[in-house]
Design a protein around this ligand. Sequence first.
Ligand code: C2O
Ligand code: CU
Length: 484
Amino acid sequence: MRGIDRRDFLHRTLGSALALPTAAPLLSLAGCDTDSAAGTEGFASSVAYQRRTFDGAGPVREIEIEASEGTVEVAPGRSFKTWLYNGLYPGPEIRLTAGDVLRATVRNALPEGTTIHWHGVPVPNAMDGVPGLTQEPIATSESFVYEFPATPAGSYMYHSHVGLQIDRGLIAPLIIEEKQPHVDYDRDYTVVLDDFLPGAPEPLEGGGMMGGGMMGRRRGGMMAGQVPPYESMLVNGRLPEAPVEFAARRGERVRLRLLNPSGATTFHFAIAGHRLLVTHTDGRPVEPFAVDSLYVSMGERYDVVVEANNPGVWNVMAAVVEGDTPPARAVLRYADARGATPPLEAVPEGLSRGRVLELADLRGLGVPDRGQPDQTFDLVLSGGMMSSAWTINGQAYPDAEPLEIAEGQLVRFNMVNRSPMIHPMHLHGHFFRVADVLKETVLVPPHMGRVSFDFVADNPGRWFFHCHNIYHLEQGMAREVRYV
Ligand code: C2O
Ligand code: CU
């Protein structure tokens, strides 16, 4: 899908899915003391569990991560120099079991300061990796030890939280396995969707009205905003012409953990010849729901189970929603399938028709009961027109007031997007309830899209709340949420 069609499509699906009424989902404090059903780890039990067990529940898993310059190959003969974790892009997958304690010693061999943020995990505040809020950047040649309980289970990511370093390649998967998954599967693959910027990332300076070069793209008379000059899109660090292959046998159930740690790309994901059974969003379990495609924005994760019931060799594709870069591509290959890799033109039918996931389709497991908020914030997301700033209620971080809350409160954020671009809004340190699921990153659609969420203030500290488009974050779309 291209141009106006794709945009209308996005509108129709995302708009209706996410433009939630202001009479928003509720959540009760009482519900938060109740244990959720066995085998699931909902908001209530997991957050309480985290706090009860911080002094060490499971075995300590020690790892070492070095951030350094290096060279990676994104296709045979296509190497480029960038910044890497342990020489790898994406960085090394950390795989733990719920309840383990992760102790990660991070050494900085880069020419500038860095940090690691454990995206989605409700860690103690001091371990959150946000420069200026929870720690100073780790200086060149210095180390920092992060230690926190790996809970709750889920598909997460870790990445640098300094400047635009995410678009240097400082991204990686963090998987915390369930002790008892609520769905059966035979294979488990991590699918990292990313945008590929061969050079050093630069802030996007101009306003959206300037046009030209790496400036905004005009569609149907409306500005769609600025996108960085990405050269291509990648799955697990591979260009579409040299795709990674996921193997399956007929009759198997294949779990795919879709992660989007990209700098500025919302993906529309589908697999040719197969439906997707959505089982988790942002690591939290949901009642399985079948669709043909789904959107995954920056910072979001979806786990899906694919029933391998259509032997062959199939394209697994993630189209770009904002910008004109061709889709990322991997391949699903059945054992014994003779076929060659499909051409790039064999776009999955789910990208142009069929059922697209809407957030309202999902029912989370272990989601607490509803309640009245103790405090509500109305937050207007703006930018992309006349200036380079991206703002929340007119303020551009760091020149922005903290949102002051108090421990034990039920807090509601009502967001409205008065801009032409998607904003995936991410809250550190907490899961929130949006529609009937728990998440910590949620796509707020452009052109007056509205989304509300509720969370319980049960993890005191100085927490970041921001757009996960790193160019928007860098130009101010962030606030501190404070209760210390
Ligand atoms: Cu994925 Cu503030 O981060
Ligand atoms: Cu944004």
